[in-house]
Design a protein around this ligand. Sequence first.
Ligand SMILES: NC(=O)c1ccc[n+]([C@@H]2O[C@H](COP(=O)([O-])OP(=O)(O)OC[C@H]3O[C@@H](n4cnc5c(N)ncnc54)[C@H](O)[C@@H]3O)[C@@H](O)[C@H]2O)c1
Length: 423
Amino acid sequence: MLRVGIIGCGDIANLNVLGYLGSQDTELIAVCDTDIKSAGEKLERWGLRSIKIYKDYKKMIDHEDLDIVEILTPHHLHFPMTEYCAQAGVSGISVQKPLAHTITDCEKMIQVCKRENVKLKLFENFRFYPIFLYAKELLDQGIIGEPLNFRINSIGTGGPGLTLFSRDLNSLIWRMKVETCGGGPFIYDDGIHKFSMALWLMGERRVEKVYSWINYFTGVADTPNYIFWKYPSKNSDEPPKYGSMQFTLAPNLYYPSNYYDCDEYIEISGTKGIIWLNQCTSGGNYISRSPQFPPVVVYVDGEVKSFGENLPRDWRYSFINSTEHFIDVIKSGGKPIYTGEEGKNLCIFAKMPYISQQQKRPIYWEEITVENEQNGECVVEQPENQDFSGLTKFNRMKKRDMRKGIRDGLKHQQFKFQYEYEE
Ligand SMILES: NC(=O)c1ccc[n+]([C@@H]2O[C@H](COP(=O)([O-])OP(=O)(O)OC[C@H]3O[C@@H](n4cnc5c(N)ncnc54)[C@H](O)[C@@H]3O)[C@@H](O)[C@H]2O)c1
């Protein structure tokens, strides 16, 4: 039995724990959080009341002889926690995305894990979403020819769901500060998933250059925004490849989710076809049940085909699959998905839009380095005049819209989970 510990029992712990709860190969031994109450509530919810709670992660690591540790804390803590676990002999460390708040810390994490012979994993769950895994198989079979253009619309909706904006205040505050988050809550935090898809689905390891516009509409968060990039050209006979990502705010959009109040729509154009991937985070809601939005749609050779209707669309499977993969790596060998290096690449990609906005020019991949971070040339700046009252106003507007919707006869006032659904 592999002995597992969790550091950080906030929101995401509820999803990260699922793969361990169902595993025959692991046992959750202890959890740690500076907020004991929050940790206790999680253990109640998971039906694991007898598990030990630590307030100090170092004590948990020193006392529990753990094989796997999940690090689920604010981003600036990822390096010190990884370093401590690695030096204490933990053999598998899984760090929630992004790998760290700076490229410097990413590099230090990679080095310490290499020195101590530790498997370091960057936990990015979109990479394990069943629909996306299936779509990747189709892409690898060449269903649309060579992929040329990637587009993702990441839409922040009106819920109901776990809101991206008004979770507990501490959770919001560390995400708004560059020194603890590394950027903002949309592009640097949530965006890591989308940058991951922009590389993996396109079969690329990096991009050449990025340009962006970022608006801080609510006064605090880095959205709405528009980001676009060019992939490196492999040879001059191929058409150049581009990609783009937009974070949209749609506070009036009634869009139930079991998780965060957002969703993703991807379109990839290839030399001979187009593929659409409908939904991820809020998969399973009303859109999924409509015949117009099958999970995967392909247009090729004069025909439209849909795929994946029998696959699970609930987002939690992406977490379970990711954890199961890591358990297998620790048990049987192999590389985590993602490795530390790949995790660092996603951080480089996610820093580029901020630096582009700051310097009002396209930013090249090679510019985002440890050296340039040290000499101040690629440091994300804290946006000026951040004002939380903008956020309060925005949240009030969302609530008002929802109340009005209900008064006006909104058909579904409450979201029911997939298998409990009744008309
Ligand atoms: N994969 C996803 O879709 C996804 C979604 C949300 C968050 N995340 C990532 O998960 C991580 C945690 O995010 P969250 O939303 O759960 O944050 P959160 O703020 O809800 O939880 C963080 C927890 O860490 C605890 N903590 C802070 N300092 C600590 C310390 N020194 N020792 C022990 N515990 C400490 C806090 O008390 C809190 O309970 C982040 O890296 C975030 O980007 C991933």
